[in-house]
Design a binder for this molecule. Structure first.
Ligand SMILES: NC(=O)c1ccc[n+]([C@@H]2O[C@H](COP(=O)([O-])OP(=O)(O)OC[C@H]3O[C@@H](n4cnc5c(N)ncnc54)[C@H](OP(=O)(O)O)[C@@H]3O)[C@@H](O)[C@H]2O)c1
Length: 244
């Protein structure tokens, strides 16, 4: 992996390159997405065909630095999410940094229709967090029992800034958002994204698939500032600050 911006380096340490900057007021919210050169984020409804080994290393490095992974229920369904499983070396580094051994996965959902018999719940090391409305939270907590923690944020819609604050109250310093476009769009319109880590995959796939953000336009547009660009095998890894 080499760095091409802001300076040239032939052998980049991913954990250094993506180290979480210290913040005291709120957790860092970082979105990680992969897109084809022509802007598609999925092929046949999943992102796997866009990835490669370099992308998978960045994906894992970002997970290993995160306290919580935040993801929309649509992505959990489409990608068949299992529990987070970092290897022993990552676990040791996390524990040395004062983090939990594995990041918890928090799923945002209004409808909150979950199958608690799936490995996502039955094989989780860190208890999953289900983020939903106050209207749905009590019945969901009864359904989940000990298999998930339920967070009620907002009366009848999920309030995302409140979600980030609630994760901060639970001790999170860094929240890694893994999409999808519905959740990303809502977060961006709430000005709740600090960083976008965009992998530009060297593929042109055509089709009518969604982009990294869905929903109404963002006004005024966000004008990200590039923090770094890494490259391997034609994949570009662009880390950007989205703070206005
Ligand atoms: N290329 C990539 O890096 C990448 C990453 C992630 C996903 N994807 C792709 O994206 C596609 C999935 O897209 P999607 O739009 O369905 O993804 P999504 O944003 O993960 O899911 C949308 C669903 O998540 C819940 N949700 C999201 N935001 C919410 C909010 N603010 N309040 C309440 N609930 C919220 C809702 O679930 P309920 O319906 O349960 O209420 C909503 O229907 C898949 O094809 C996947 O492969 C690609």
């Amino acid at each position: 992996m080499r760095r091409v911006i802001p300076d040239l380096s032939d052998d980049v340490d991913l954990l250094d390159a993506y180290a979480v900057p210290p913040r005291v007021d709120a957790p860092l919210v970082r979105v990680n997405m992969i897109s084809s050169l022509d802007g598609a984020i999925s092929v046949d409804g999943r992102s796997g065909a866009l990835g490669g080994s370099a992308d998978s290393r960045v994906f894992t490095a970002l997970r290993s630095l995160a306290d919580v992974i935040l993801v929309g229920a649509g992505t959990v369904r489409a990608e068949g999410y299992g529990p987070a499983r970092l290897d022993d070396a990552d676990v040791q580094r996390r524990v040395a940094r004062g983090q939990a051994p594995q990041p918890a996965i928090a799923v945002v959902s209004r409808a909150a229709a979950f199958d608690f018999a799936t490995p996502f719940f039955t094989e989780a090391i860190a208890t999953p967090v289900l983020v939903t409305t106050a209207a749905r939270a009590a019945s969901l907590a009864r359904e989940a029992g000990s298999r998930a923690d339920v967070l009620a944020v907002g009366a009848d819609h999920v309030d995302l800034p409140l979600t980030v604050a609630a994760l901060g109250d639970r001790g999170a310093r860094s929240v890694l958002v893994e999409g999808g476009p519905g959740l990303n769009g809502d977060l961006a319109r709430a000005d709740a994204i600090d960083e976008l880590c965009l992998t530009v995959s060297p593929r042109i796939v055509g089709g009518e698939g969604p982009r990294i953000l869905a929903g109404p336009p963002i006004q005024p547009p966000i004008e990200p500032r590039v923090m770094h660009v890494l490259e391997e095998d034609g994949f570009l890894f662009v880390r950007m600050s989205l703070r206005r």
